[in-house]
Design a protein around this ligand. Structure first.
Ligand SMILES: [Fe+2]
Ligand SMILES: [Fe+2]
Length: 251
């Protein structure tokens, strides 16, 4: 084994072990266990999905723009190769929020075909974004404007990995609790469970290579990865809180 390979592995391993506690905290803060519980109220789960997609539009509609601008900032600082790879990844994220808008409509139509009171998809799509969504959006702007724009890779790595780690479990849970027809409103989730496997492998490669050449930025990567996980967990928790609040109004 060459010395270079050893160094690369060590830095990536240090990243992995330093971020681990944030991944564990993510599970607690997002209340994911409650979502996966067999005791979950089906109405709350259905409203959770509607909120995940409608509130999620503001989490995804700028992803292409964020990654591409982070790539430009990297190029300006001389990280040309990483900047170009980020530009390529940006294109792969174009328009993903449109799936969330579509899924919001499909889930609401599905509800309206079965039960009362009737829901309004536009109401959910127009609801004010939550504080955690604001934080998540601001985090990207801060990273792009900072001297460490390459930390965008840590955001992508941690957030896209969530689809790989939890996506299938969540889809299975929805089908178990809500029935197989729910599948029609899960296009964003289903697409991401499959494509984010490749995106996560790409992110891992970018992170490893970057840390090998720039070990002094390890802490910045971990810090931004942690902040992204924290904000995303907050977003998921906001979806659950809003679902429960709405369910209460149904009596
Ligand atoms: Fe995406
Ligand atoms: Fe992706």
């Amino acid at each position: 084994m060459s010395q270079t390979t050893t160094v690369r592995r060590e830095l990536y391993d240090i990243y992995e072990s330093n971020i681990e506690s944030a991944r564990i905290q993510f599970e607690q803060k997002s209340n994911f266990e409650e979502i996966l519980s067999l005791d979950i109220d089906p109405t709350v789960l259905e409203l959770y999905l509607i909120n995940f997609n409608s509130l999620g539009v503001a989490m995804t509609d700028s992803v292409e723009d964020w990654i591409s601008r982070a790539g430009e900032s990297c190029k300006k600082l001389g990280f040309t190769e990483l900047g170009e790879l980020l530009s390529t990844h940006a294109e792969q994220e174009a328009g993903h929020h449109l799936m969330m808008i579509q899924d919001t409509h499909t889930l609401v139509n599905n509800w309206n075909a079965r039960r009362q009171p009737q829901l309004d998809a536009e109401w959910f799509l127009a609801q004010p974004i939550s504080e955690n969504v604001v934080l998540y959006r601001q985090l990207h702007e801060d990273v792009i404007a900072s001297q460490t724009p390459f930390a965008q890779v840590a955001i992508e790595y941690e957030i896209e990995m969530l689809s790989v780690r939890y996506g299938s479990q969540l889809i299975q849970q929805c089908q178990k609790i809500l029935g197989s027809q729910v599948h029609e409103g899960l296009s964003f989730m289903e697409e991401h469970v499959s494509v984010d496997v490749g995106h996560t492998q790409l992110n891992a490669r970018l992170l490893k290579n970057f840390l090998q050449n720039n070990p002094e930025h390890l802490d910045a990567m971990v810090k931004i990865g942690r902040t992204a996980l924290d904000a995303y967990a907050g977003f998921l928790n906001d979806c659950l809180t809003r679902a429960k609040e709405y369910a209460k109004t149904l009596g």
